[in-house]
Design a protein around this ligand. Sequence first.
Ligand SMILES: [Zn+2]
Length: 388
Amino acid sequence: MIPEAHGGHLVDRLVPERERVRREGEARDLPLIAPFIDQVYDAEKIGVGAYSPLEGFQDRAALESVLTAGTLPNGLPWTMPIVLTPTGQTNEQIVRSVRPGDEIGLTDAGGGLFALLHLEEKFPFPRSRVAQVVYGTTDPKHPNVADLLAAGETALAGRIDLVRRLELVTGANELTPAETRAEFVRRGWKNVAGYQTRNVPHTAHEYLQRCTLERDDIDGLFVHPVLGRLKKGDYRPEVILEAYQALVRNYYPSDRVVLASLSITMRYGGPKATLFLAIVRKNYGCGSYIVGRDQAGVGSYYEPYACQRIFDDYPIGVQVLKFAETFFCRVCGWMASARTCAHSPDQRLNTSQTFIREALSKGEPLPSEIIRPEVARVLSRGDVLLTE
Ligand SMILES: [Zn+2]
């Protein structure tokens, strides 16, 4: 069956259309805070229920529980702090002046009001302790740790009202949990497998997706790339979507795959981030979740299969489909893993994104064993990388 949202109830904090104008009018005189873009994304996702059962930014008790137990205060598994920690002189002035009980307007990157925060608590944010506990390091070379160390020293907690959805480059591809759940029901799907990615598809990804679609207990695949703040040199979000559209359209039966974007920042927290990403997909309606090698890892900070084992300690009511590292083996002439191939690692084709990008930048053709020609065509156009 399509699972209930995490905690049993899909949160909906989106202000109904008929109340929107009135709420925006009332917000005119409120103090305004312009959060860091990652926290703008988080506020929207709280509002549409992607982070159910969270109804707002976490307070001190919730943060403490996440850090010490890996759960919310009620015992429900939750491993990723979702906090509002504004920085910058203008924001900090407002943070100092507001009191619990106040209402605060939150503005998006364009400066427009998009959400309201009902301030319940202000508390000191333990930045390096959060880095150590969640990411296992305080090394500023870790991308999320660098962000954490630059976060504000005071966190603002409280429920969110989402006045309007964000305007995102992913446009209509950015579905809400209510929308994906309705689409799965419309298709008659009961057991949907969620697939996490943050990059363009190559054949090793496709292989995991196909292995999943071969299972008779899976009705459909939900490909859900994380396309929030990316960094210079990454593919543009719309390119990642287009590359996936090329794969889905040309190779998969149209009634078995749904593709949508997820605009949140990527948390490279290894196992704890994997659990968080699985909970989010459960909220979008996935009863199964694919976890390969080193999901949500970066560098060599995490043991590559810890991201699979964490589900043993924190059951979230989702079937975890665990895969070993997969590759194209020249001798097998096929996609394989150490579970299915007898040959030396020297026989494996390099499918790393670095390798693919270097080949593309030199104008070298990519073998179809690594990347589908329809996908390669999307990537070989100019202007596919972010330049700032
Ligand atoms: Zn082989």
